[in-house]
Ligand binder design. Structure first.
Ligand SMILES: O=P(O)(O)OC[C@H]1O[C@](O)(CO)[C@@H](O)[C@@H]1O
Length: 465
């Protein structure tokens, strides 16, 4: 694990007793305070009782996924991945970290991959203009099979694909096993059906066929992604609390959340980590934002995740981070070694604003800027931690995914909440189903229609010219 990622929590701890920060003395007592909960989490991970560990059993499915990816890549120019939330964000993070943002513009053997995770008609139309649907394989990923945005995308593109003479047997459906609409459609179409383990929640599913198939289609090795997660698992479950990065970071973050630090910022210092930041936001928010504890008390748990991109956001939101409310914890993520680092040439030697760059590399500058920002925030009393990813590799990313999933699971245990459900998003879905006319929600349509009427009547509108 040390070789894949390094976790530094030194600057989450204040130098002395101070409201809003953790003193060294308090930190020394964490083993006594949180050790029991941590060890319980360690055993549930070790014994594979925690649902996130279901990913570790996904290895036997990889050969089938590799074969499918090869077949589709040989036959199709494009892949259209339809999914939302956990059914898209992990794949986006994998593709961005390992292939970069310009993958579709580069020349390579693999098909171009378009991830459509919204029902924006303008973007949908643009994608349609860009691809020839008859040369496009559709992957429909939805754990539940009932998410309305993805279902709408699927019926739209299925209709286009079929009209263009596409072979339904080449469609891939990736979902929960079960006797429901999506499984029936998959069977009727006789298309490729990949099942996600029933108890592996969507936002924990990147290390399953949900992430593996898009990865393989882009030439990324799923075995290596999983190997990184397995290494993180071995480290997390096999290292005693006192030396365990997960224990140190999770305990500090929890303690700080109780001390008026309700916001957790993940400041990623690489464009390659941009999508990882979005994946983190969903994982953290849906897993930890809970009204009720496991024993039914109202706890309103959770801290608000934000993601930022360094160095870019040093020139936008950093001013607020530094001088605005003292309500945040900052996690910096950076990549230690990048291939093809760029050395800056010497130009304009007479000009002080330009001459100092000569001989420095871009990654060196990025690291110096990351350090400067971290030090500037820590110096102003803001708690900071740093994750250093050793390189751009499948193993490192797999370890990073698994580490953050385990961090969430440990944090949930400290709050005594369920990290695997998301009751807060259900009401909005129910209203959508009713208003859109889904037949099993028709009994509530009138109730919701009246509620909408009342809600709209309370608006105070101002028209601008
Ligand atoms: O994979 P599904 O079932 O389509 O769900 C997509 C997303 O919707 C949610 O259920 C709720 O927003 C997420 O938890 C999930 O990742």
């Amino acid at each position: 694990m040390q070789n894949l990622i390094n976790v530094d929590i030194g600057h989450l701890i204040g130098k002395e007793e101070q409201a809003g920060s953790i003193s060294p003395n308090e930190y020394a007592k964490f083993a006594e305070k949180y050790g029991g909960v941590f060890e319980a989490v360690q055993s549930s991970l070790r014994e594979r009782k925690s649902q996130m560990t279901l990913s570790l059993d996904e290895e036997p499915k990889i050969p089938e996924i590799k074969t499918l990816a090869e077949e589709l890549a040989a036959k199709y120019e494009n892949i259209l991945l339809l999914g939302i939330g956990g059914s898209a964000l992990g794949a986006r993070a994998v593709l961005q970290f390992l292939k970069g943002p310009f993958f579709n513009l580069e020349k390579h053997e693999q098909p171009r991959i378009f991830v459509l995770d919204n029902i924006d008609p303008v973007i949908t139309g643009k994608i349609e203009e860009l691809i020839d649907i008859s040369k496009t394989a559709i992957i429909y990923t939805s754990k539940s099979g009932s998410t309305p945005e993805t279902a709408a995308q699927f019926i739209y593109f299925y209709n286009k694909y079929r009209s263009a003479g596409g072979d339904p047997r080449d469609i891939v459906i990736c979902c929960d096993p079960g006797d429901n609409g999506i499984n029936r459609i998959a069977r009727d179409l006789n298309c490729h059906l990949l099942h996600i383990p029933r108890n592996l929640g969507g936002r924990y599913s990147v290390l399953s066929s949900v992430g593996f198939l898009p990865a393989e289609l882009a030439g990324i090795d799923s075995y290596k992604l999983l190997a990184g997660a397995q290494a993180a698992h071995a480290y997390i479950t096999g290292t005693p609390a006192g030396q365990n990065a997960l224990f140190a970071l999770g305990s500090c973050l929890h303690e700080l959340s109780l001390r008026e630090k309700p916001i957790h910022v993940l400041f990623n210092y690489s464009n390659l980590l941009y999508e990882f930041g979005l994946w983190f936001v969903q994982l953290w928010a849906e897993s930890l934002g809970k009204r009720l504890s496991l024993s039914g008390e109202v706890v309103k748990a959770g801290t608000t995740p934000l993601t930022s991109l360094g160095a870019t956001d040093q020139h936008s939101i950093l001013q607020l981070f530094k001088e605005g409310p003292d309500d945040k914890v900052f996690g910096f993520v950076r990549i230690e070694n990048v291939p093809g680092d760029i050395t800056l040439p010497g130009e304009f030697a007479g000009e002080k604003e330009y001459s100092y760059f000569a001989g420095h590399t871009m990654n060196e500058q990025l690291h110096i800027e990351q350090l400067s920002t971290e030090m500037s925030l820590a110096g102003a009393g803001k708690p900071c931690y740093r994750i250093s990813v050793s390189e751009i590799s499948e193993e490192c990313l797999g370890a990073l995914f698994y580490f953050y999933e385990a961090l969430v699971v440990y944090t949930a245990a400290l709050w005594n909440i369920n990290p695997y459900d998301q009751p807060g998003v259900e009401e909005g879905k129910n209203i959508t189903y009713s208003l859109m006319g889904r037949r099993d929600y028709s009994h509530r349509r009138e109730e919701y229609r009246q509620a909408v009427e009342k809600y709209d009547s309370e608006r105070k509108n101002f028209n601008l010219p």
